[in-house]
Design a protein around this ligand. Structure first.
Ligand SMILES: *[C@@H]1O[C@H](CO)[C@@H](O)[C@H](O)[C@H]1NC(C)=O
Ligand SMILES: *[C@@H]1O[C@H](CO)[C@@H](O)[C@H](O)[C@H]1NC(C)=O
Ligand SMILES: *[C@@H]1O[C@H](CO)[C@@H](O)[C@H](O)[C@H]1NC(C)=O
Length: 442
């Protein structure tokens, strides 16, 4: 069977809690085609209690948990990038895929049922838990198709039904049903079509997986909005509205307001922005590959073997931008070269913090790190390159080597390195742009 993009991305999603936390959290509603973006672990997130609460957990422990979740994310991305099979069964582990770090408000159905969805630029699918889902997290605010006048089941025998893993058509059921493995969970879903409301826009007849049953403990606590660029993705389904173009500004995870934005469509996008070409990998059409050529640390280039940054559609090797990974991961030879150059410049005794191997006691005079892509240089401000503990006792280089026990061929430019920048995904013109922008409310 030919790999199908929908399957490949059968990434995940689940419910959403509708809760509002901190009194200073901005509850203004979204306007036009711009949505506010929240950090999943911040004070304004309904997910704040689970799994991390920065007010009760030390910042170091919080980071270590995030980095641990990242490791699982990397395994998942590597499996996407390299697996030949159309659907990738995931090894057991409670956090696989489970690091959605940024959320937007959405609505499903008519009248609109409120949901929070995690942004995932490396996935095409949307998953939403249905009411009565057996085994879905109880914090979820679930989708009730029977209360929506625009709900339609997607029937067996439809073209979309052939795109899903393990489709089945129980006698008497109007919709295409399917199941898949997610971490240590098995999830059953029905293919559904309904209106998806984002800010003041409505995507009519949007096809997604409505989760009806989950076993095991790996089902994540919110829904998912895949922003990948595969043929059956949200971007493809909303092409007439948004022309496969969006940008976001991801707020820092310590900022209280969480006033990032997701701007859908070509309107209102920055005109003067540095861009680099998007590279197409026919085997993994969802991923946003770019050509990373060199990494400068201070005035010198890290001596990275050319193969460590090369794009290769066959092996999946190359560099992607991803919103679901927290800290940039480079394949080991690239990371080690950057780290070594960084250490040479700082010239201080090095200590470690979990997976971060280049930490220093107290503040440091850090060299600037610049990623040189084809046609676009991005110099990271210190806030994007360094982690500083709350007490100021420790400063770490906020990057790590990719996990070494899998096919580590992928370099991932992660959300910490993208925070407080506008990142433009312009699929029709095959380009990705980056510009500095403090993420303040629109
Ligand atoms: C998943 O679907 C397949 C095909 O319909 C079926 O044979 C299998 O038993 C299902 N697995 C679970 C765990 O529901
Ligand atoms: C949050 O936003 C308000 C109004 O936009 C602003 O006055 C305040 O300084 C912001 N707070 C933080 C912590 O950024
Ligand atoms: C990126 O920086 C390098 C080194 O300063 C420079 O040679 C190159 O022209 C720059 N590229 C762009 C597109 O600005």
């Amino acid at each position: 069977m030919a790999p199908s993009p929908l399957l490949l991305v059968m990434a995940m999603a689940m419910a959403m809690a509708v809760a509002v936390a901190h009194p200073q959290c901005d509850t203004a509603s979204d306007a036009s085609s711009t949505l506010r973006v929240f950090h999943a672990y911040g004070p304004c997130s309904p997910l704040r209690q689970q799994p991390f609460d920065p007010s009760t957990t030390s910042f170091e422990d919080f980071l270590l948990d995030l980095a641990d979740a990242d490791r699982s994310r990397l395994l998942y991305l590597s499996s996407l990038a390299t697996a030949r099979r159309s659907f990738v069964p995931l090894a057991s582990g409670s956090k696989l895929l489970g690091t959605p770090t940024y959320l937007v408000r959405a609505g499903v159905g008519t009248p609109r049922q409120p949901m929070l969805l995690a942004l995932d630029t490396s996935s095409d699918a949307a998953w939403i838990p249905a009411s009565g889902c057996a085994g879905c997290p109880t914090s979820a605010s679930a989708y009730a198709p029977q209360r929506s006048t625009t709900y339609r089941p997607v029937p067996c025998g439809s073209a979309q039904c052939r795109q899903v893993p393990n489709p089945s058509c129980p006698a008497g059921s109007p919709s295409c049903s399917f199941n898949f493995t997610y971490g240590s969970s098995t999830v059953r879903a029905a293919l559904a079509q309904d209106s998806l409301s984002l800010a003041s826009d409505v995507v009519a007849g949007y096809t997604f997986g409505s989760l009806v049953q989950a076993t095991g403990g790996s089902v994540p606590p919110q829904g998912l909005l895949g922003l990948g660029r595969g043929p059956l993705s949200f971007l493809s389904q909303s092409r007439s509205l948004y022309a496969s173009t969006f940008s976001y500004c991801l707020p820092g995870f310590r900022s209280l307001n969480f006033s990032g934005t997701l701007r859908l469509g070509p309107w209102g996008q920055p005109i003067r922005i540095k861009t680099t070409p998007l590279l197409a990998n026919p085997h993994r059409p969802s991923l946003y590959y770019v050509a990373l050529r060199r990494i400068r640390v201070g005035r010198r280039y890290a001596s990275i073997p050319p193969g460590a940054l090369a794009f290769d559609p066959q092996t999946g090797a190359g560099t992607i931008f991803d919103s679901g990974t927290m800290f940039t991961r480079l394949v080991a030879p690239a990371y080690e070269a950057v780290r070594d150059e960084f250490r040479r410049r700082v010239r201080r005794p090095v200590t470690s913090l979990g997976g971060f191997d280049t930490c220093y006691e107290g503040p440091i005079a850090a060299p600037a790190i610049a990623f040189e892509f084809d046609g676009m240089n991005v110099t990271l401000p210190a806030e994007n390159a360094l982690i500083r503990s709350s007490s100021g006792a420790l400063t770490c280089l906020a990057m790590a080597a990719a996990p070494d026990n899998v096919n580590s061929v992928l370099n991932v430019i992660a959300s910490m390195q993208q925070q407080n920048h506008r990142v433009l995904f312009d699929v029709p013109n095959a380009r990705l742009g980056v510009a500095r922008e403090p993420c303040t409310a629109a």
